[in-house]
Design a protein around this ligand. Structure first.
Ligand SMILES: C[S@@+](CC[C@H](N)C(=O)[O-])C[C@H]1O[C@@H](n2cnc3c(N)ncnc32)[C@H](O)[C@@H]1O
Length: 284
């Protein structure tokens, strides 16, 4: 099935005004971080981050379908020796705006930035906040099952009496210990921690996603032919992933050079961003 992939130049706040309501199945994005990259594409002061984000999020809420998902990759920076609270404040403000804060995924950066600080260790994770409009939304859990490996033998063998009691109680709180609900043949459902290497600087954007990150969320939250939106598209990694997975995609990017870069990456038929599924494999 042929898919459409569009890149629009401008501020997503303006560009989205003409986008029809309830037209997007998944929004996945990594917005400009607070102040941290002023030398490249500008930043927003941490104290004004929520105020800057909310009008844009209002448009995101409008264009997202009721069954859709919004995945926001973000991490609070350190300001004056402590973690700033703007991400926490943003979560609360988005809930007030009408979003449900459905889940939080952790992107564990397997090759995080090296260094040594006197008061903290290397920062090896970022949030992928999952917001929805409704409690019931599209989710294809089977699309990201992972091989169980040796874990099956050791963990299942050691199921104790309490495991069985909990299964029997049928509390309805999820899959519980009913192994059949979450293990199929040699495959199991993953956790909410994604172990992925960061993009290794082989492309021309300083904060590009590792391709496997948008790819994973696209597989989980959309079907073939659905529409993906990245309102802060950068070099277009999410758009390329969407195209490769047979989804339509629209990216919005304020900076003309990055629009051109994204277009170049999208046109490059040789550039396959997809990672093998084993990339996600992790100890359970
Ligand atoms: C963290 S980067 C996104 C990188 C992208 N995920 C990738 O893989 O290349 C954020 C991008 O948002 C763009 N940007 C900043 N403010 C914007 C706005 N108001 N509307 C659209 N794009 C914006 C920046 O120019 C930057 O390229």
């Amino acid at each position: 099935m042929p898919v459409e992939t569009l890149i629009k130049e401008g501020d997503c706040l303006d560009v989205l005004q003409s986008q029809p309501s309830s037209s997007i199945d998944l929004m996945i994005t990594s917005p400009p971080y607070a102040d941290s990259r002023q030398s490249t594409y500008g930043g927003i002061h941490p104290d004004r981050y929520v105020e800057w984000f909310l009008p844009r999020a209002e448009q995101f809420l409008r264009v997202l379908k009721p069954t859709g998902s919004f995945v926001l990759n973000i991490k609070e920076k350190v300001v004056d020796g402590e973690r700033h609270t703007y991400v926490l404040e943003l979560i609360l403000a988005l809930r007030k705006q009408g979003w449900l804060w459905t889940e939080e995924y952790i992107w564990h950066k397997r090759n995080c930035y090296p260094g040594k600080w006197p008061n903290r260790f290397r920062d090896a994770w970022e949030r992928c906040l999952h917001f929805t409009k409704e409690k019931k939304f599209k989710m294809n859990q089977d699309a990201v099952m992972i091989p169980m490996g040796d874990w099956a033998g050791s963990r299942l063998k050691s199921l104790g009496k309490n495991d069985v009691v909990r299964f029997d109680s049928k509390v309805g709180s999820g899959f519980g210990k009913n192994i059949a609900n979450w293990v199929r043949r040699s495959m199991a459902y993953p956790t909410n921690v994604l172990h992925l290497a960061t993009e290794c600087g082989n492309r021309k954007h300083s904060a590009a996603f590792p391709p496997a990150l948008p790819e994973w969320f696209i597989r989980v939250f959309t079907d073939l032919g659905d529409w993906i939106l990245d309102p802060f598209a950068g070099s277009g990694t999410a758009l390329k992933a969407a195209k490769g997975l047979g989804r339509n995609a629209m990216g919005i990017e304020r900076c003309p050079e990055y629009c051109a870069l994204a277009q170049e990456i999208l046109n490059d038929a040789q550039l396959v961003l997809m990672q093998p599924e084993s990339h996600y494999v992790t100890a359970l």
